[in-house]
Write a protein that binds this ligand. Structure first.
Ligand code: CA
Ligand code: CA
Ligand code: CA
Ligand code: CA
Length: 87
């Protein structure tokens, strides 16, 4: 087996590492612009990985800008991507 060069090892660690435990790898978080050391970058109580699944913006607590936070919209069954419906 050939030896991995330094950059390959670094990339491998990046791809596999998940220090904040939000299931998004550090490489992916850097791509998304989220904080690889914070499972909830925008502190809106919705974890980064869940925001990706739901399609909400992991960098803002109110994706559709209707003044109702993503967390409460999801909690009460409203569409966090539609500003015309909110709690
Ligand atoms: Ca992560
Ligand atoms: Ca994160
Ligand atoms: Ca969040
Ligand atoms: Ca909202």
């Amino acid at each position: 087996m050939r030896e991995l060069i330094a950059e390959e090892i670094l990339m491998l660690q990046f791809n596999l590492s998940d220090p904040d435990g939000d299931t998004l790898s550090t490489a992916k978080e850097l791509l998304l612009g989220t904080d690889p050391l914070d499972a909830d970058t925008d502190n809106d109580w919705v974890r980064d990985n869940f925001e990706i699944i739901k399609g909400t913006n992991p960098l803002t607590g109110d994706t559709d800008g209707d003044k109702s936070g993503d967390f409460s919209e999801l909690l009460y069954g409203f569409d966090p991507l539609d500003p015309s419906v909110h709690p």
